[in-house]
Design a protein around this ligand. Sequence first.
Ligand code: URA
Length: 211
Amino acid sequence: MTADDGHAGTDGGGTMDGLAVRACERCSDLVESRSRIVNGVGPADAELVFLGEAPGANEDERGEPFVGRSGSILDDALRDAGLARTDVRITNCVRCRPPENRDPTREELGNCRGYLGRELESVDPELVVTLGKVPSEHLLDRSVAVTTEAGNVVDVRLGERTHRALVSVHPAATLYDGSQRETFFETIARAADLAGVGSGSDGGQASLGDY
Ligand code: URA
């Protein structure tokens, strides 16, 4: 399958195999800086998808999103919410590690957007949790103050589809600012509840219907 902005295309920019990008050379800087393409992990029919920014060094080495310090914090918050990492899908806006862990550029985000669109369309989750500023602004398509907007539910458009998103601070924010820890953990618990999964859930559908 060839992917071009989420639709079958023929520009040779990349190939997808199911939910995974197998080859892509659209971003010259990232082709240089990556060791591998880091695809999303987790059930192909997950009700909850966590969306990060881009792989860092650990993710690039292991080929899996959120396996470094941020990943441990995410795992802790999931556990508190009654979820295992394997219950949810975890993916990134950009699938290749940017040099020196810089933020992905608008162009790089745009180049990878179609792959994300396909992944979300196929998984069709109840809720997508945007982890931090870059994924939140990428999906909401506006500037987002994540610390004040954390916990807000918004409908977002990606390709042909509308998805329900929950804004969250990035797990790494809890490392620099202890007060963000409570916000992060509460947001993840809320995500589990809204998606109808996890220990505190009462089915979720009714609560999501309120938004
Ligand atoms: N931060 C992200 O945004 N994504 C990862 O995969 C790891 C850390």
